[in-house]
Design a protein around this ligand. Structure first.
Ligand SMILES: Cc1cc2nc3c(=O)[nH]c(=O)nc-3n(C[C@H](O)[C@H](O)[C@H](O)COP(=O)(O)OP(=O)(O)OC[C@H]3O[C@@H](n4cnc5c(N)ncnc54)[C@H](O)[C@@H]3O)c2cc1C
Length: 292
């Protein structure tokens, strides 16, 4: 299929892009890496009258440190994130997550801003954003606002972003000392999307107890979520195989898992536990070795 006809704009500055999305409102779609939008347009599930290609706005493709925060521009590709020394140093969980997305082609074109804005329930980044307590910055013609990751993902492919807003960057706080992280996922064999994915960050105290744990789960429900019951079970405890197994059993408690041709609800629930346990084990080993 080929997409329906549309008018194409390629602004070179954020201000120009904001003016265009404000002028055309719901009839306009932003185009970043095109890895999700173009297939939808080809299937005519998305039929925008105007396409605003933000790919030429260079200022949106950067990775930098700012006041102790890691700041990643929306147009940074998955490959940029997976291969950045700064990301590996400051937020290795994100580099690991990016390396698990799709295939080489998708990672070379797809962007972090596009993935978060699209908010596919099986996307990988959202789990890491939740586990890292990321902040997401959105710009509009009236200014910018910052949205905590825990409030960003609202429902199936629905986020806090309003018409006329462009996601410009994500901000990741510095990890406490003695922290470790890991992302583990069950891949859908054809696309690589997560049937269940667990992003874990654990921090240890001076005597080796778990000071805090953050577990973001994707692929399981209509939106990604923090496994707060499991996190509470882990906090303040000395890690042991039994503790990790018991906490992992709880990660999908209170959640209604998705069921589709790829996996039943029961299978997704079980997979979430298995992959959360694997991510916890890896994150703890890294925290103990302090290798992120
Ligand atoms: C074969 C294949 C396999 C894939 N496998 C995986 C996988 O395993 N894991 C995974 O997580 N993803 C996967 N993806 C999706 C991929 O990561 C996409 O790159 C991503 O979902 C969208 O990013 P994009 O830059 O391509 O956005 P686009 O397709 O250009 O845009 C997607 C949506 O976001 C909006 N948008 C884009 N940028 C912004 C912005 N800055 N502000 C506001 N709105 C914006 C667009 O208007 C559009 O609605 C796969 C895709 C394909 C084609």
């Amino acid at each position: 299929m080929i997409p329906a006809a549309f008018e194409y704009f390629a602004p070179k500055s954020l201000d120009d892009a904001l003016r265009l999305v404000e002028r055309h409102g719901d009839e306009a779609k932003l185009l970043a890496g095109g890895q999700s939008l173009i297939p939808l347009m080809k299937l005519r599930l998305s039929v925008p009258r105007y396409v605003v290609d933000i790919g030429r706005i260079r200022s949106l493709r950067s990775i930098r440190e700012e006041g102790g925060w890691l700041v990643i521009g929306a147009l940074s590709t998955h490959h940029d994130v997976e291969s950045s020394e700064m990301v590996r140093l400051m937020a290795p969980l994100l580099a690991e997550t990016a390396s698990e997305i799709g295939d080489v082609q998708v990672r070379n074109r797809g962007t972090i801003g596009g993935s978060l804005s699209h908010s596919d329930p099986a996307a990988d980044y959202p789990a890491a954003m939740l586990a890292l307590d990321a902040q997401i910055v959105a710009a509009s013609s009236s200014g910018t606002r910052t949205i905590h990751a825990s409030e960003f993902f609202l429902d199936l492919m629905t986020t806090q972003l309003r018409p006329g807003e462009i996601l410009t960057e994500v901000r990741i706080p510095r990890l406490p000392e003695r922290s470790g992280s890991a992302y583990r996922k069950l891949h859908q064999p054809a696309s690589g999307f997560a049937l269940a994915g667990a992003a874990v960050r654990v921090s240890l105290d001076e005597v080796g107890k778990i000071a805090s744990a953050a577990i973001g789960i994707t692929g399981v429900a209509v939106r990604p979520f923090r496994a707060s019951g499991a996190e509470a079970m882990l906090a303040g405890k000395k890690p042991s195989p039994k503790l990790l197994a018991d906490a992992s059993e709880k990660v999908a408690d209170g959640v209604e898992p998705l069921a589709d041709i790829h996996a039943s609800a029961a299978y997704r629930r079980a997979a979430a536990s298995v992959y959360a346990r694997r991510a916890l084990e890896a994150a703890l080993a890294r925290a103990e070795g302090e290798k992120g």
